[in-house]
Design a protein around this ligand. Sequence first.
Ligand code: SAJ
Length: 469
Amino acid sequence: MKTSQGEIKRGHSALSLSTGEIGDLLRKHELRVSILGLGRIGLPTAAVFAEAGARVTGIDVDARVVNQTNAGESRLTDEPGLAPVIKRNVKEGRLSATLKPETVLPDSDFIIICVPTPVDQTKSPDYTAIKAVAHTVGKSLGRGSIVIVESTVGPGVVENTVGPILESESGMKVGVDFGLASCPERSDPGTIMKNMHSVPRIMGCSDAHAGDLVATLYREGLGVEVVKVSSPKTANAVKLTENLFRDVNIALANEFALLYEKFGIDTVEVINACATKYNFVPHYPGAGVGGPCLPSNSYYLIMEGLKVGNIPYLIRLAREVNDRMPDHMVELTSEALNEIGKTVSGARIAVLGIAYKPEVKDIQLTPIEHIIDRLREMHAIVEVYDPMFVGDKVMGLVVHKSVEDAVRGANCVIIGTAHSEFKKIDLSSLAKMTADRAAIVDGRGVFEPADAKRAGFAFRGVGRVASPD
Ligand code: SAJ
C-alpha cells in the first residue's frame, strides 16, 4: 500500500501474510526488512534482500557505516560482488541505513539481527550487543513483525534471552503477537555474496507459521534451500556443530603434525593420501586457528554446558591444541634460525601474511599476532607484508608494499597466511632477496620442503619434514 507521499506504510502484519504473498510483496517492493548490524554479515544480507526487491533499512550504531551505506559504498573491500549491489540498490531507493531504529522498526515485516557475539578475555561469550539490540527492537517492535537472529549464539539463547527481552520491552508475546526465529549466518568471509545464493540455510522457529514465512523469505529472497529444524535452539546447535566439527578436526590435524614432525613424516602428504578414502574429510595443520567464528564458537556451547553441569571435553581440548600452534611456530622459527647459526634475538624476520585466512582483509583473532608479539619479545626485528593490508599500520608495524620490501636482507621468512600471491613466489628469487643463508618457516603448507631446501633455505613447516634431510 503506498501513501500519498509514495512512502510505504506497512498495510499488513507479516504474521498475517500467507507464504504466497511474500514473493508478491518482494516483487512490488512492499516487503520491509530491517537489518541490525551492518558488518561482515549484515551488510551483504541487506544488499541481497534489497536486490531481491525488499525495501531494506540497515541499522547500525556507527555513523560512518550508515553514511557510507547511504552513499552507496562499502568498507568490505574484500567481498567480491558486494559493492555494485549496494550502489545499485541505494540508487534505486531499496537500500538505506539509519542510526535511528525507532524510525523503521515499527513498520518492519522482518527484523534480522546480525550483530557480533565475540568471547571476552575469560573465554565467556559476550552477548552484550545482542542483548542491547533485543532491547532496542523490543522498544519499537510492531505487532505482527518477525524477528530473525542470524548472529551465532549458544543453543537456547534466542528462546531464553532474546525472546524474554523482546516480550518485556514490547509487552507482546512471542508466537502470538510477533515471530522469533533463528537463521544462523553460514557465509565464508571472502566469498559471502556467492554463499548467500548457494549455501542452504538452517532455520528454526517456535511458531510454525512464522517459520514458514521466514523460510519463504530466504527461499524467495536469496534463492537458497532452507532446511527447517524444530526450534531456534536446534538451528543454533546446527551452526555450532558444523563449526566445532571443523575446529576439532583442525586440532586433530595439528596433533598429527606435532607428532609426525618428530617422525620425519610429512603430515600434508599423509592427509592428502587419506583424502583418497571416501569418508575422510581433510583438514590441514597450520599456524593456528583465527577468525570471528572458530576460535570463539566452542565457548558458546561450553557456556551452555556449564549451565547443565556437562562441560564438553573434546571441544575444549581442541581449542587448547589449536591455541598452541602459534607458539609451535615460534619454536620452529628458533630451530630454523639455529640451523643457520642464528638466534631469534637480533634476527631480521619477515612475516608474509597476517590475515586469519587467505584473501580476506581481516585479522580478527589471527594467530599471527601472537607469533609477531612473541618474536618481538625475543628481540627479533620483524617486518610484515600482507597484500590485503599494504601501507596499513597493524600490530604496531607498517605493512610493506611488497614481498621484496619485507624480505630484503631477512634471516628468516615466515608464511602466516596462504594468500594466493605467496604460492607464486619463486624460491630461488626469494633466496637472492634474503640474507646470504636464510630460513623459511611455513605455517600454511604453501611451499614444498624439497623446493625450499633446493633453493638453499633452512626449512621448517608445521607438520612438514625439517631440513636438512
Ligand atoms: N584452518 C586451518 N586448517 C584447516 C582449515 C582452516 O588451520 O584445515 C584455519 C584457517 O587458517 C583460519 C581458521 O582455521 O585461521 C578458520 O578457517 P575457516 O576456513 O574455518 O574460516 P572462517 O573462520 O572464515 O570460517 C567460516 C565459517 N563460516 C561460518 O561460520 C558461517 C566456517 O563454518 C566455514 O566452514 C568457513 O567459513 C568456510 O570455509 O566456508
